[in-house]
Each structure stands twice: as structure tokens, then as C-alpha cells.
Design a protein. Structure first.
Length: 397
């Protein structure tokens, strides 16, 4: 859309007309917004927090592109929000470091992006980030909640689980998952289809945008991580500094609107202490990950259903070596060795949502010291996107 067409469209807008400051931004910036790629923020995976599923997920926001009209309140107003947010992205992205405190509807034992629909209270998550390009290509990070801490020193990521005293190493870190400017940038670039802008205003020194977006289709499963839910997002920024000030995320589940995440404080800082990015690990920490040893000949080429069966069989046989080939958690290996898993039914693998692995439905009887304790029915998650291409347990137990 050239300037003449934009001015023609703006002249047709009535009740309410765009604020003067908005018109200036539209006229100044619309041509530059063409050609930007569309992207989708997926929170249902675990990149960190076994990929945060979310906020990991936390900023899966959207804004309409510069084509067409959206409804804001009772009137239909042509507003290029991608352009409106450009100064917010620029100003927020110019900072060197941030410290944030969020409240999230999460629970112990789950990744940061997991939505605890059974939980009644929001729990604190604290984040320290150094800007990408300041301390290396990917910046540096520390993210904590009650049961886990994630650190990235510029080269290596370490996730430490306090309850099981386990740690996991990985290379690199996607800084966009928590970098505030990236949250708003994704809001700019996500496609307009399936997005409803519920409110937009600039008043009392603040800009505010509230919108609703569709989640990822998860059938036959229920959504569990933030990006999988239909959701609403609210961002607030300072009109003088153009920096992000507030963020709130709600999920919709069967018609119930639940607050998943609220940004309580955000401090823009010149630098952060190097010690923040070094993990605090106990002397008896155990490192997670599947064994590097090759598979036995009779297990080469097993599919996910056969691997699930092999894990359950190894529990009954007290076969630690086999369990360590497929189960990355030392604590879970210990659990399988002290319990017996008798398979009642094992279904066919299926895929759901954007999860990179597969789910295998099961119904098992769990015993302990030869005594049946309970029956469990669920879906075990397996994935093979690792250097060895080996199916390994990723959740669902």
C-alpha cells in the first residue's frame, strides 16, 4: 500500500479516527513493513525447560499484517499495528540487559511453559538476560523457578532440576524465547488469519494492545503447553521511551479464561554480573542423557511402539543397561528399577500438534515389591531428534 492509498483509507475512518501520532507513524513507516517474513512462535515444545514449551512460550503474540481491516471495539478501524509496534521493538531491543519477574500458572516437575490448569496460584519465575551480540552471538541467560534453574553462559546451556538433583547439558540457546523485543517482534510478524484484536489504545502515556489468537490443534490430546491453547495477550508500552512495560497472557480451555503469565517487573540494565550465568550445582549432581553405547543387535531399528514395550519390559527385568539406552533421566531409571510395569494394552504411535516426536498410548499395571499398587493409562512421549537418531523417553510418565 503506497502513501496515497493509505491516506485514502485513513480518510474513510470514522468514529473513532486514528490518533494523530498513529497517523504519523503509518505515513512514515508502512512501506518498510512489506516483505517481512511470517513466523509462528511455538511454545508446545521444550527448547529449554525441555524447551519451554512455552513462555517459554510466553510471547506467542500476533498482529495483523498491513492488508485489510480489523475490529477494535465497536468500530472497524484500519490500523497497521505492525508499524505501530516498530518503535517498541527498536527501543526495547536497544537495551543491554534485562531482569524480569513473572508470575506463571506452572507447577513443580514441569517445564516453564506447562499450563497447570489444576493449580490455583501463580508461581514466580525470575529471568536475567544479556542481549544477543553483547556477550556472544546468543547473549547469556538465567531463568529460575522453584524446582529448576536454567543457565546459558554464551556457549553451553545447563538445566538443573533440584528435586532429582539432575542436570542436562545442551549447546546454544534461543534467546528470542525470553528477549522482550523478540516478543513484540513476533507480534508484528505473525499472520493475521485467526487473530482478533480486542482493544488498542494510546492514552495516559501508555500504549496498550489486547488480542486473541488460536492455538495449535492437538486432537486427540488436550493442550498442555501455552502455545497449544487459544489465548489472549496484552502488552503495554511506555509512549515516551517506547519500551515494553507489561505483559499478560491468558489461555482459554473449554470456555474458561485463565491467567497463565503476568510480567510483574522489568528492569532495563546496562549489564549483569558474570556469576549469574554460572550454574549452582551440588557435588552429587547426576548428569542426564541417554547412554552413548551402541544398541544391541536385537534392538537396532526398533520403532517407537517397540521401544515403549522394551522400556516397560526392562523395568520388570531390572535391566538398568537397557533403561539407560532409552531413558535420559537417572532418577526415572531408578524409579523403573524399583517398580514393575506390566503392560495391559499398548496402542499405535500417533502425532499431535507441533511436537517433534510421537505419542504411544498405554495402559499398565504398576507394582512395587511384587504388590500391585495402581493402574495407569496415559501416552508416553518418544522422540528421535538426537545425534544418534535413537528413540528416547521424553515425557508422559
Amino acid at each position: 500500500m503506497n502513501k496515497t492509498r493509505l491516506e485514502r483509507r485513513l480518510r474513510t475512518v470514522r468514529e473513532p479516527a486514528p490518533p494523530p501520532d498513529l497517523v504519523r507513524r503509518l505515513e512514515r513507516g508502512i512501506p518498510d513493513s512489506f516483505g517481512q517474513p511470517e513466523s509462528w512462535w511455538s511454545a508446545g515444545r521444550t527448547r529449554i525447560m525441555t524447551r519451554i514449551g512455552a513462555l517459554a512460550g510466553a510471547a506467542a503474540l500476533v498482529v495483523w499484517a498491513v492488508v485489510g481491516m480489523v475490529t477494535v471495539g465497536p468500530a472497524s478501524v484500519g490500523v497497521a499495528f505492525a508499524d505501530v509496534l516498530r518503535p517498541v521493538v527498536q527501543a526495547t531491543g536497544e537495551v543491554r540487559a534485562v531482569h524480569m519477574v513473572l508470575h506463571m500458572l506452572t507447577r513443580d516437575g514441569e517445564d516453564f511453559g506447562y499450563v497447570n490448569l489444576d493449580g490455583g496460584t501463580l508461581r514466580p519465575v525470575e529471568v536475567w538476560l544479556e542481549a544477543p551480540g553483547v556477550a556472544g552471538d546468543h547473549g547469556r541467560a538465567r531463568i529460575e523457578k522453584a524446582d529448576r534453574a536454567f543457565t546459558f553462559d554464551g556457549d553451553e546451556s545447563i538445566l538443573y532440576l533440584q528435586r532429582s538433583r539432575e542436570a542436562y547439558r545442551s549447546v546454544g540457546f534461543d534467546s528470542d524465547l525470553f528477549w522482550p523485543a523478540a516478543w513484540v517482534r513476533h507480534l508484528q510478524h505473525l499472520p493475521a488469519e485467526g487473530v482478533d484484536v480486542l482493544d488498542y489504545a494510546e492514552q495516559d502515556g501508555q500504549g496498550r494492545l489486547l488480542l486473541r489468537a488460536r492455538g495449535v490443534a492437538m486432537k486427540p490430546l488436550e493442550p498442555a503447553f501455552f502455545g497449544q491453547f487459544d489465548r489472549e495477550t496484552e502488552i503495554v508500552w511506555n509512549l515516551d521511551t517506547d519500551r515494553l512495560q507489561e505483559l499478560r497472557l491468558w489461555v482459554d480451555h473449554h470456555g474458561e479464561r485463565r491467567l497463565f503469565c503476568e510480567l510483574l517487573t522489568i528492569d532495563y540494565l546496562p549489564s549483569l554480573d558474570d556469576a549469574l550465568f554460572r550454574p549452582d550445582l551440588p557435588a552429587d549432581v547426576r548428569w542426564g542423557g541417554v547412554a552413548d553405547s551402541p544398541l544391541p543387535a536385537d534392538q537396532i531399528g526398533l520403532g517407537p511402539r517397540a521401544v515403549a514395550q522394551r522400556i516397560f519390559d526392562a523395568s520388570i527385568e531390572r535391566d538398568r543397561k537397557t533403561l539407560e539406552l532409552y531413558v535420559p533421566s537417572p532418577a526415572l531409571v531408578d524409579w523403573f528399577l524399583t517398580h514393575s510395569i506390566e503392560v495391559v494394552a499398548l496402542g499405535e504411535p500417533f502425532r499431535a500438534g507441533d511436537y517433534p516426536g510421537v505419542y504411544v498410548p498405554y495402559r499398565v499395571e504398576v507394582g512395587w515389591h511384587g504388590v500391585l499398587r495402581y493402574t495407569k493409562e496415559h501416552n508416553v512421549a518418544l522422540r528421535d531428534d538426537n545425534p544418534r537418531g535413537r528413540w528416547q523417553l521424553d515425557g508422559g510418565w
